[in-house]
Ligand binder design. Structure first.
Ligand code: UN1
Length: 517
């Protein structure tokens, strides 16, 4: 490891998180039985190998599922508020290790240290939410049509929940699922992205410590590692009633079909193509801050990243100039160095996709407003650092319709009323996040109305990214339809049971049917 990264405290962080030279890839904490191939984790920050993990073989996987299934039998009988207490302790550990974990997220994934800390904060927030929820897994009571009968519904845990997560939020997305699933009484098997396996190991170590301290089976939280093949073990496995998968639409379509083929449940959080509409009544200063953070935050690798800016022609030039000016202030470099705003892309393949997209937008007739390019030089040797770019484009361009996980912002012009901008915003296959910048109540309300945005998230006067955990998170159309995190997203982790109890000596049938013997 290079001196400059050690200086940012990486070595200490790895030690605190118990990241060893080779980490067991399939593990339920104390139980290590991985025999699979070694997978190395490279940092996009400096191109160095951080450490390695063993991938999960089919035989390992069978052991993991057995341990998880066994753990479920006891975990489900623990009262939900007591399960909440375990999640509370997990959140306490996260608070203790926030800096170390935030640093590992930044170093292994490449997002800024501030965003790494934000991601761990998001984990803490969902745990706090889950603790409260553990006393609120409410069902309804209904009035029976029959005398002396009582009806109600209750929620029971599902069993083993499979979590497949992406590299861009290598720890938070797991926790959105795991914290809720745990209070619901489920156990989890997590396959983190093969690009960020050490974040998985670090979280697993923290969770295992909590379960162990409470004499609970460590199979409540299981980790498996590997590529799509391990994901396939999970999505085809009838012993896993729910698969929660975050990633590309391509991956989601495969997972959805495999899970549906066995009539399992899936929760999908897939691609976005998020737009901000900027109307003549927008506050330009706020618009620029929102758009720039949305487009370049996490180097444009959030599923909520702002990819399209739909600007009214009357303010088009003003917004354009303000944006170009703001981009001049951006500092790109080592994300652990807090003076930088933008870190590297995840790997060289991502850089290639960025390059192709820039080429394609120009080919299709677009004009570069802020030129892109791959950076080189001291501290940039990984080859993953790219310049955030802005292109003037048209809504129908193929590349504008497509989600490229990179800091490329397409600016699009609209004329006439806000309904024209809404039509452009909705005219893509994805439906995750959307926003409008306006101080005009009519425009804002129309955007939020049934004739407005068709996305799972629709914001007024804030950007498309940075959702809080309290709301349900997810989107429509090719985003997959799933909802994670807050509100009543917990219900997908449970099975609903309707109960009818007769406390009379008669047996009347519903719908007044007579059946006398
Ligand atoms: C993702 O990119 O998969 O709303 C999740 C946000 C974050 C989560 C993004 N809270 O930008």
């Amino acid at each position: 490891m290079k001196a400059n990264t050690v200086d940012f405290g990486i070595k200490d962080a790895l030690a605190q998180l118990e990241i060893r030279p080779v980490n067991e890839g399939s593990s339920t904490g104390a139980i290590n039985f991985s025999n699979g191939e070694i997978m190395e984790s490279y940092s996009p920050v400096d191109g160095q190998i951080i450490s390695s993990v063993k991938s999960t073989s089919r035989a390992d996987y069978e052991e993991v599922i057995t341990v998880a299934t066994e753990a479920f039998k006891s975990w489900r009988t623990i009262p939900a508020p007591q399960r909440g207490e375990i999640v509370r302790q997990f959140a306490e550990k996260l608070r203790e290790k926030k800096e170390a974990l935030g640093k590992l997220v930044s170093y292994e994934m490449g997002k800024s240290y501030q965003e790494g800390l934000g991601e761990v904060q998001e984990m803490i927030d969902i745990c706090d939410f889950a603790v409260g929820l553990s006393r609120q897994l409410h069902g309804l009571t209904m009035h029976s049509e029959r005398p002396g009968h009582r009806m109600y519904e209750q929620y029971h845990p599902l069993g083993v929940v499979g979590i497949i997560s992406a590299f861009n939020f290598p720890v938070a997305v797991w926790s959105w699922n795991a914290a809720l699933a745990w209070v619901c009484g489920d156990v989890c098997i997590w396959k983190p992205s093969e690009k960020t396996p050490l974040c998985g190991v670090a979280c697993q170590n923290i969770a295992a410590e909590v379960f162990k301290a409470n004499n609970l089976p460590e199979g409540i939280s299981c980790l498996v590692n590997g590529d799509y093949k391990v994901g396939e073990f999970m999505s085809k496995d009838t012993r896993i009633p729910l698969i929660s998968a975050t990633g590309s639409t391509r991956m989601g379509k495969i997972v959805a079909q495999e899970v549906a083929a066995r009539l399992g449940k899936s929760l999908l959080e897939l691609g976005g193509n998020n737009a901000i509409i900027v109307t003549p009544d927008a506050d330009i200063k706020m618009t620029v801050i929102g758009a720039v953070f949305g487009a370049v935050g996490t180097a444009g690798q959030r599923c909520t990243s702002t990819r399209r800016l739909i600007i009214h022609e009357s303010i088009y030039n003003t917004v354009k100039e303000a944006l170009v000016d703001a981009y001049k202030q951006l500092r790109i470099g080592n994300p652990l160095d807090e003076k930088n705003h933008v870190g590297p892309l995840i790997d060289i393949d991502a850089v290639e996709m960025y390059r192709k997209a820039l080429h394609e937008v120009v080919e299709e007739g677009g004009t570069m407003l802020v030129e892109g390019g791959v950076l080189s030089g001291e501290g940039l040797e990984s080859g993953c650092y790219v310049k955030p770019a802005i292109a003037e484009a048209k809504p129908h361009y193929r590349i504008v319709q497509h989600e490229t996980f990179a800091p490329i912002l397409y600016v699009l012009k609209y004329s006439g009323g806000v309904e024209n901008a809404i039509a452009i915003q909705n005219n893509v296959v994805q439906g995750l996040s959307s926003a409008i910048m306006t101080n005009n109540l009519r425009e804002a309300e129309l955007f939020l109305s049934v004739a407005g945005s068709d996305c799972g998230i629709a914001n007024v006067n804030i950007g498309t990214s940075g959702a809080e955990i309290g709301g349900a998170f997810g989107g429509e159309k090719e985003t997959g339809g799933g909802r994670e995190s807050g509100s009543d997203a917990w219900k997908i982790y449970m099975r609903r049971q309707t109960n009818t109890i007769n406390y009379t000596k008669d047996l009347p049938l519903a719908q007044g049917i007579k059946f006398d013997l």
